[in-house]
Design a protein around this ligand. Structure first.
Ligand SMILES: Nc1ncnc2c1ncn2[C@@H]1O[C@H](COP(=O)(O)OP(=O)(O)OP(=O)(O)O)[C@@H](O)[C@H]1O
Ligand SMILES: [Mg+2]
Length: 515
């Protein structure tokens, strides 16, 4: 080892001597020409070519440098032995990158390339108009000459796209609201933003696994469908209608969608918007890669009626809003001139192409009350029924709240759950309450859950509302009664008149209307 260091030191000494000799013998211009020729010659015989991507391009920053840095921080195909870890300001994600003066290898379309990160000290400048970083940083990309064209055509594009995606995912997402109508803030924005940190994900969402994976697949196809939408001449947008009784996870689903795609959410409060033109302004100020949500679309517009009745909008059955009969008409009684056609113009008409990659989600407890125009194919691409808790959904809840896997629950108990779960017609929200209450004692939680389900199943049977046994009006009455009970707890003295909730039973639930 000692010999190695001695010979290395002597080699460096020789190199330094040659350099100083060169600088003594030749003037600087000639010296520069000799080095250049030498480099050219060696490049000519080398089978590689090199690309420099420096951090600064003159005095401005080179965006490609940060794109490469971000890309290298996440590429699964990358192999390297030494990586540096970083966390950007305002980001919740930790990324890894190439340590200074280190190399790593990446593979793209079967081609292997090498990246080297070079950091050198910048020579101090006596005077500069702009402050430059003290270190000079850059990436050197080494590629086989034969693959140069491919790298220039597709690899760098791939890096730019991937880094944009990573940047979006790493950044915190925002929930925007138009609580002040369409009035603009000091920066000219009509939306107020808050950080969006909802923990709901598709993993935590309790619903039929097949339906869940269909939705996830649909979202993935949408997000990666730029070329498809271009090719087919369609605006790059997608509409989802989520319907079902309260507490079945419609809002949780929206949060899961946003978390899954890394999109922002615009929660559009239609009652705060006075006209179609205001609506247009608001929607034009939404960004791409976002989910525009209108909750409880069936009771979103008739503000005056709602105010008069003094009831909670969600449950106010007197609100005709976007229901049949209001289509395209001016809601003059309450001075609100938003029309369904105004809204549809945005989701479906010419305005729908303003801003790409946007998802519209409408939610309702009463799909049957919606104007058929809203349900027409092409408007809401997918109709998703969020229904009462099924056995697979119950298993997910038990896993989430108690950490219980399927095999850990006794078979006899599981069979009892299976027997009562459909008959009980409980929502995931109802069941979550029982689980939260007893989360410290798993056995007790399972026992109580079963008891509660049995109790509800018996109650349903007594009311003669087990699906298929009685007619729908009896069923509706019973559900209405149940809802009134629930709301009496939620909104004291609201005196709300409840609407019938169909529990999705009238709909065929594959009810996907994919286009
Ligand atoms: N499918 C579900 N999976 C997991 N948790 C759920 C689900 N449905 C409801 N919950 C739980 O119940 C709570 C209420 O659910 P959520 O607000 O999503 O229901 P909703 O369908 O939007 O109700 P509403 O019609 O009243 O708006 C959530 O915070 C969540 O904890
Ligand atoms: Mg909701």
């Amino acid at each position: 080892m000692r010999e190695f260091w001695t010979s290395l030191a002597s080699l460096m000494g020789v190199f330094a001597f040659c350099q100083s000799l060169l600088s003594i013998i030749f003037p600087p211009e000639l010296r520069f020409a000799i080095i250049k020729t030498f480099t050219r010659l060696s490049n000519h015989f080398s089978s590689y070519c090199y690309f420099d991507i420096t951090e600064m391009d003159g005095v401005s920053t080179n965006e490609l440098y940060s794109a490469v840095q971000l890309y290298l921080s996440s590429s699964a195909s990358i192999s390297g032995s030494r990586l540096s870890l970083t966390r950007a300001v305002n980001s919740s994600a930790i990324t890894f990158g190439l340590a200074n003066n280190d190399t790593l290898v990446d593979t793209f379309n079967g081609v292997t390339v090498q990246w080297e990160h070079i950091v050198t000290q910048r020579q101090s400048q006596s005077f500069s108009w702009s402050s430059m970083p003290e270190e000079k940083r850059g990436f050197i990309l080494r590629v086989k000459k034969s693959q140069k064209a491919m790298i220039l055509n597709s690899y760098l594009d791939h890096i730019t796209d991937r880094s944009a995606e990573i940047r979006r995912k790493n950044q915190d997402r925002y929930l925007y609201t138009n609580s002040k109508g369409a009035s603009l803030d000091s920066r000219g924005h009509p939306w107020e933003a808050v950080l969006f940190k909802h923990p709901s994900t598709f993993e935590t969402l309790a619903m039929d696994p097949k339906k869940k994976s269909d939705i996830m697949e649909d979202l993935r196809d949408f997000a990666s469908g730029k070329l498809f939408y271009q090719k087919t001449g369609r605006a790059w947008k997608r509409g989802y209608l989520l319907y079902g009784p309260p507490g079945t996870g419609k809002s949780s689903m929206i949060a899961a969608m946003a978390n899954y795609l890394g999109y922002d959410i615009y929660d559009l409060e239609l009652t705060e918007v006075n006209s179609n033109s205001e609506l247009r302004k608001l929607l034009m100020k939404t960004s791409a890669k976002s989910i525009i949500v209108i909750e409880d679309i069936d009771c979103s517009i008739n503000l005056t009626n709602r105010k008069k009745s003094g009831t909670n909008s969600r449950y106010d059955s007197s609100s005709p809003s976007l229901q049949s009969g209001m289509r395209g008409g001016r809601n003059e009684e309450c001075g609100n001139s938003i029309t369904l056609s105004g809204l549809l113009n945005f989701t479906d008409g010419l305005w729908s192409c303003c801003g790409s990659e946007r998802i519209f989600v409408f939610t309702t407890n009463h799909k049957d009350k919606l104007d058929p125009a809203l349900l027409r194919s092409g408007r809401m691409d997918m109709h998703i029924c969020m229904s009462h808790c099924s056995l697979p959904a119950l298993k997910i809840l038990m896993k989430n709240y108690l950490g219980l896997e399927e095999g850990e629950i006794e078979e006899t108990v599981m069979r009892q759950f299976e027997e009562v779960i459909e008959k009980a017609e409980m929502t995931p929200a109802d069941l979550s309450e029982v689980l939260i209450r007893n989360r410290r004692d798993k056995d007790k939680a399972v026992r109580e859950l079963l008891e509660e389900l049995k109790r509800r199943a018996v109650r349903s049977r007594k009311k003669g509302m087990i699906p298929g046994e009685q007619n729908s009006s009896e069923m509706e009455e019973a559900v209405e009664e149940e809802e009134q009970e629930k709301r009496a707890l939620e909104i004291p003295k609201a005196g709300s008149e409840d609407e019938i909730i169909d529990g999705c039973s009238d709909d065929n639930d594959g009810d996907k209307k994919k286009n």
